[in-house]
Ligand binder design. Structure first.
Ligand code: UDP
Length: 369
């Protein structure tokens, strides 16, 4: 059988791309090596609760276009993420805001908070932050860096904060107002019927083959394809010929408890270095679902090794240079389009994934004219 597009990976990038190209009259085949669609946004019901099987996914965007797009496939609730940080039993509000500063220092005005931060970094003379540590210190001072950033970040990334790029910490909002709304985006929420149903709607009427490995399919040779959107790891695609890119993975330990409410919040971060997990997610708080039980997931970050799921690209200089080598190899493969967090080796949020998939669709449509 001939398909205009083979879409490798039934996650968000693949689903958006396949939907758009199918609607443009192209014949698409979507494959996934896993036994389910939706990639890492996959949710599954346990005790009536939608469990985020590959870690919490909270949709947020400031883009009207992206919001209108997702609302075609799912109805969203109005969930607002307001995580709590636990440092050795001390509790703080996140993101860093006046609540955090008051809990940390007893300050009550933005001016006092700014003065406290300035006093804490006065002897450091950081002009242009060179790494995550300097960036964090410049933003919030020594106390918050030590208690709420250093341990958590080093656990999550398995690297010293001095070796990590500063952009990672810039993801975290900093505001001198009493406001615990983490993303504070124009649009935010969780699909009421779960992300899997959203992906199902995106893929409706499109041929999907699960438990199907790209390399086996190509070796099999029964089907042929005009072009291929590949959303797996770019280094794996090229047989690791230039060396291995590094990724972080997450081990999720899930527990169903016979109690109504475990922690009273969807997300509690454990920011000290000693607690082996970074956070505990309590899934029922993402929706207003009623259940006598509750499902929680402990998140243990680990270095990615063969056989694990790759979650986070490590966008440091070394990996960036290696990624560029792979990117250059794509020039000889005009039939291949690389997309998604793993294909593009980028720390994308869901809304950026959708924007990027729509950009790829636009490029395809323009190329065809
Ligand atoms: N971070 C931190 N302390 C926290 C939460 C986050 O230092 O309590 C830092 C950490 O470096 C992390 C980054 O902020 O890698 C981004 O966190 P986010 O929650 O956005 O990560 P994600 O949800 O994508 O895993």
């Amino acid at each position: 059988m001939f398909y205009d597009y083979l879409v490798v990976g039934a996650g968000l990038t693949g689903a958006v791309f396949a939907r758009e190209m199918t609607d443009a009259g192209k014949r698409c085949l979507v494959i996934d090596k896993r036994g389910h669609i939706a990639g890492n946004i996959y949710t599954e019901k346990v005790e009536g609760i939608d469990v985020h099987r590959y870690g919490a996914h909270i949709f947020h965007t400031n883009s009207d276009r992206v919001w209108q797009y997702v609302c075609r496939f799912a109805e969203f609730n109005s969930f607002i993420n307001s995580p709590i940080a636990d440092y050795k039993g001390e509790r703080y509000n996140l993101p860093f805001n006046m609540n955090t500063f008051e809990q940390m220092w007893g300050v009550k005005t933005p001016e006092q908070a700014k003065a406290k931060i300035a006093e804490q970094i006065a002897d450091l003379n950081i002009d242009e932050p060179k790494n995550l540590e300097e960036q964090a210190l410049k933003m919030v001072g020594k106390d918050i860096y030590i208690k709420l950033i250093k341990g958590y970040t080093e656990k999550q990334w398995g690297r010293d904060c001095k070796e990590l790029p500063s952009f990672i910490i810039k993801r975290l909002p900093l505001r001198f107002e009493y406001d615990n709304n983490y993303f504070n985006a124009k649009y935010q929420g969780i699909p009421i019927d779960g992300y899997t149903a959203m992906a199902e709607n995106m893929l409706s009427g499109i041929e999907v083959r699960l438990n199907t490995d790209y390399f086996d399919l190509v070796a099999d040779g029964k089907d042929s394809f005009g072009k291929i959107l590949y959303t797996g790891k770019i280094d794996e695609f090229f047989g690791y010929s230039e060396g291995r890119l590094e990724y972080r993975t997450v081990l999720l330990e899930e527990k169903t408890l016979d109690i109504n409410d475990f922690q009273g919040n969807a997300v509690v971060n454990y920011t000290d270095r000693e607690t082996p997990y970074t956070r505990i997610i309590e899934h029922k708080h993402f929706t207003s679902v009623k259940s006598d039980k509750t499902v929680i997931s402990y998140e243990y970050p680990l270095e990615w090794t063969e056989g694990a799921e790759a979650y986070y690209p490590i966008n440091d200089d070394k990996n960036g240079a290696l990624y560029e080598k792979y990117r250059a190899k794509l020039k000889d493969r005009p039939e291949i389009i690389m997309g998604g967090r793993l294909g593009e080796y980028r720390y994308y949020d869901m809304d950026r994934v959708i924007e990027r998939a729509l950009e790829l669709v636009g490029e395809e449509k323009n190329a065809a004219v």
